[in-house]
Design a protein around this ligand. Structure first.
Ligand SMILES: [Fe+2]
Length: 360
């Protein structure tokens, strides 16, 4: 199999954000955004936040990640978190954090409201920071029934690891009927092919890091990322891969029948699917369905990648899956917030057009 190939052409998923006098997306802009989500599973709203609003979001992130008592996330890759290759943590429900989340919800009401009822809970508000030396996550789906937002509070370059998506792989009634009724089977094959290449990429990278001055390995890090028996779904852990204990990708996924189908269907996979890497500019916001295939790539640059993230349920979510897939801060667990709470949250009146935003 060849190396992982990624497209950087995101034009089909982008919609320039246009706000009305109340600071909300105009009806036409919201309609375009909903169409992108329905068609591709994601939309990138460019320029949704002004530069100063994005700066305010970045300040909230710094405030959290500079706190030694921050609440680290129990998702993504725990091993990357432990070795500070990533710093995924929950933001507390302070008044500025809630106001920032409410600004996003109110601005996006005409999009979010299409998928999430007012009573649906805010599942988490987090910050996703990755540093050089992190592992490329396996391509995966998050727990179903959720809309997630990724907010670029500063420019994210491809080398910093903008999220990759496989557009059009979201799940809905009848979605398997596409591609001659083979959509789901082909999607799983494509995912397997991507994850095989990601395993090789991660192993090769860790091997190089043994002698690298750029991202030197910490004592025990190579062992923990390659030979550990500890649960972690996004490391190239050979033991768990061979024993079939990694739910995202393991030897169990690579039986002779699958290998034969990968060979036979290689042209169909190339024709129907592509891995697209986003590189959102400061102020852009990505909305995606949690059942869309995606992955957080490794950061290959010396610049940390910082993203603000929040997720809202669009359906019932079993509490077990809530804690498995999402990391609410204890303050959010103590005082839950719904989409309706965010929409009703009192905010200062919009201050008018600034830099990248356009007002209708
Ligand atoms: Fe994910």
């Amino acid at each position: 199999m060849r190396e992982l190939t990624v497209s950087h052409d995101c034009a089909a998923f982008e919609v320039p954000a246009i706000l009305d006098a109340h600071g909300k997306l105009t009806p036409d802009c919201a309609r375009q955004a909903r169409t992108r989500i329905d068609t591709h599973g994601l939309v990138i709203l460019t320029g949704l936040l002004s530069a100063s609003e994005a700066d305010a979001g970045l300040a909230l992130i710094h405030e959290t990640i500079d706190d030694p008592d921050r609440v680290r996330g129990a998702f993504a890759s725990e091993t990357d978190n432990r070795y500070l290759r990533r710093d995924f943590c929950a933001l507390p429900s302070t008044p500025p954090v809630t106001a920032f989340a409410a600004t996003l919800a109110q601005r996006l009401e005409a999009v979010l409201g299409e998928y999430c009822g007012r009573s649906r809970p805010l599942l988490e508000v987090t910050t996703l920071t990755s540093y050089r030396g992190s592992s490329h996550q396996y391509v995966h789906r998050d727990p179903i029934g959720v809309i997630s937002l990724l907010v670029a509070v500063e420019d994210v370059s491809p080398a910093q690891g903008g999220t990759v998506f496989v557009p059009g792989t979201h799940l809905y009634g009848g979605s398997e009927s596409r591609q001659g009724g083979q959509a789901h089977a082909l999607t799983e094959l494509f995912r397997t092919r991507c994850n095989y290449r990601i395993l090789r990429h991660n192993l090769a990278k860790l091997w190089r890091m043994r002698k690298s001055a750029d991202a030197p390995l910490a004592p025990g890090e190579f062992r923990d990322r390659v030979f550990s028996t500890k649960w972690d779904q996004h490391q190239p852990n050979l033991l768990r891969f061979l024993l079939g204990k990694n739910a995202q990708f393991s030897l169990r996924t690579l039986g002779p029948r699958t290998l034969w189908r990968l060979y036979r269907q290689r042209a169909a996979l190339d024709a129907h699917f592509r891995l697209v890497q986003t590189a959102p500019r400061k102020g852009s916001v990505i909305l995606y369905r949690s059942d869309l295939l995606h992955a957080g790539p490794d950061n290959r640059s010396p610049q940390p990648r910082r993203v603000f993230s929040m997720s809202i349920a669009r359906d019932l979510v079993e509490p077990k899956f809530w804690s498995d897939g999402y990391s609410p801060h204890p303050t959010l667990v103590e005082e839950p917030l719904s989409l309706g709470d965010l929409l009703d949250h009192a905010l200062p009146a919009p201050s008018g057009a600034t830099d990248r935003r356009r007002i209708a």
